[in-house]
Design a protein around this ligand. Sequence first.
Ligand SMILES: [Zn+2]
Length: 182
Amino acid sequence: MNFSWTPHRFAGGALALDVANSVILRFDPARSIDRFAEPKQMEAFPKAAEKFSAERALFSDLAPVEPENHAPFIALREAIDRYFRTRLTGDDAQTLLADFLEATATVLRRARKNSLEAATAHSALRLLAEAEIVRMKICGSCGWLFIDRSRNRSRTWCDMAVCGNRVKASRHYHRRKKEAVS
Ligand SMILES: [Zn+2]
């Protein structure tokens, strides 16, 4: 299958969320895909992040994840997603916060400067520290985490051009189907 890191895949608004969103359709195990499971795709991610991530001004010449840091990096990705997603749904996330901090510390101890793993850890810590958490949302279509930077915080979808249209098209389809039946 042809795959590329398009701007849409960096709709998270923060590198840590773009990394978390490398798993698509997390809520649907039957259709879920891990884009980092393919080594070539994971290798290509840092270059795309330099072009498309909302935080691209904060890093440059990002090195791909070192093979020996692969497992801690994936553990960090999962900890980021679990912690912020649980916090957004209002459930108690204290244990997940501890897991997240441990995963972050492990990566920071091992990572070289200017590596994707280090940049992801720093991005995640910024999310934790900043008031941006109030703007964090879960896309109503694909389930990605994203930061809503719109002035009135009215975004429902990670990316209007993709998920917004997808939802609109399916509503239209169902309406037409209903009309056809009645
Ligand atoms: Zn979406």
